[in-house]
Design a protein around this ligand. Structure first.
Ligand code: PLP
Length: 411
């Protein structure tokens, strides 16, 4: 029997795992670890101190700011470092609402990450009107409906750049142009997009954009909020004068420096995402569809490549539970994720797949594979080889799937 391939890990020890859950988090790039280490050892100064220990460190934060700005096509002064994507999203939305207290309406989508969706639901309880725009079967927005849903008191349009579960990329450019024509502030959660597809804020009229370090090979616990020059925003964390008074709290220096290095590496690897990583994803997807019957891809498969993140595929397997597939994959040394969340003992199918009208049974049996630039051909071969047997075994014991199995024909 074939063994799980060794992960190509120049930085560390042998890890016998095929990691295809990069939308959950990514491994920290070895170059990022190297960049961070001095700030966890001898270069411990507080960047706010006026002595050399601090001033020295401040220059490295500034350099990281320049690198992140370059990744996004932004000005360094428009970059605020935060603790995570969730903080960036929360700051953008709450900070805008506070800046426009007379405006009580929020326009968002049904498929946002909880960092936006749960916040908006909380804000609805606090008295705001929240409109969640639907998506179609392919996971796409109706832009006419978006335009019609903007009201005179809409404070903010918050639509994600790319969906974390399906990889579907929204036309943020058009969303922003529609909202800006009505004078509404635009926020986008670009946590899954940054580093995987090009973002150029010189040509993209959004006001606020969130990213998260741990999704692009920097560590957990650091994020960015881009705030376009001139945008009104009330700070969320109020304290010292850090980040030019826009986000209090002593900077997470090592992680900020790491994120700067990760941004630089991401810029250099975007072409590889578009070609090699995408080809691996396409091969994985095509082979699974060919080898396992009653399967479908959730979201637009987009032959041109612009409508979906190059690293992500969400596949539904009828007659099996996603959680059971995950456990079997895990036993084979493969890490992926499912489209259902185990909450208080009940398996809730993902709100994203439900919003797309994916039937309950298919949503329950959905698996997300998300690749990275560290994913190898050999790893994809291994998953392709393992998958049919796993589905066959599970269907054989499923009350709905006894008669089903692995078929020759794709669907
Ligand atoms: N937004 C999206 C689309 C995400 O996928 C995630 C994390 O999964 C977040 C926001 C939250 O980011 P963080 O984990 O840095 O808080």
């Amino acid at each position: 029997m074939r063994q799980a391939p060794k992960l190509n890990n120049p930085a560390g020890p042998f890890i016998p795992l095929v990691y295809l859950d990069n939308n959950a988090t990514t491994r920290v790039a070895p170059e990022v670890v190297d960049a961070m280490l001095p700030f966890l050892t001898e270069r411990y100064g507080n960047p706010s101190s006026i002595h050399a220990f601090g001033g020295d460190v401040k220059r490295d934060i500034d350099r990281a700011r320049e690198r992140v700005a370059a990744l996004l096509g932004a000005e360094p002064s428009e970059i605020i470092f935060t603790s995570c994507g969730t903080e960036s999203d929360n700051t953008a939305i709450r900070g805008t609402l506070q800046a426009y207290p007379e405006k009580r309406h929020i326009l968002t989508s049904k498929v946002e990450h909880p960092a936006v969706r749960s916040l908006c639901r909380q804000l609805a309880k606090e008295g705001y009107r929240v409109t969640e725009l639907p998506v179609d079967r392919a996971g796409k927005l109706d832009l006419d409906l978006l335009a019609r849903s903007i009201a005179d008191d809409t404070a903010i349009v918050s639509i994600m750049y790319a969906n974390n579960e399906t990889g579907v990329v929204f036309p943020i450019d058009e969303v922003a142009r529609i909202a800006k024509a009505r004078g509404v502030v635009v926020h986008t959660d670009a946590v899954q997009a940054a580093g995987k597809i090009p973002i150029d804020l010189r040509n993209l009229p959004v006001d606020l954009l969130a990213i998260s370090g741990h999704k692009l090979h920097a560590p957990k616990g650091v994020g960015v909020l881009y705030v376009r020059k001139g945008t009104r925003l009330v700070p969320w964390l109020v304290g010292g004068h850090q980040e030019r008074g826009r986000r209090g709290g002593t900077e997470n220096v090592a992680s900020i420096v790491g994120l700067g290095r990760a941004a630089e590496l991401a810029m250099a690897s975007i072409e590889e995402e578009r070609t090699r990583v995408r080809a691996l994803r396409d091969r994985l997807e095509a082979e699974i569809l060919a080898r396992c019957s009653d399967t479908r891809v959730n979201g637009d498969r987009d032959p041109d490549g612009a409508g979906r993140l190059p690293n992500t595929t969400s596949i539904s397997f009828e007659y099996v539970e996603g959680e059971a597939i995950l456990l079997m994959l895990d036993r084979e040394g493969i890490g992926a994720s499912s489209g259902s969340a185990c909450t208080s003992g009940s398996l809730e199918p993902s709100h994203v797949l439900r919003a797309m009208g994916v039937p309950f049974s298919a949503a329950h049996g959905s698996i997300r594979f998300s690749l990275s630039r560290y994913t190898t051909d050999e790893e994809i071969d291994y998953v392709i080889e393992k998958m049919p047997g796993i589905i066959e075994r599970l269907r054989a014991i499923s009350p709905f799937g006894g008669a089903r199995g692995v078929a020759s024909g794709a669907r």
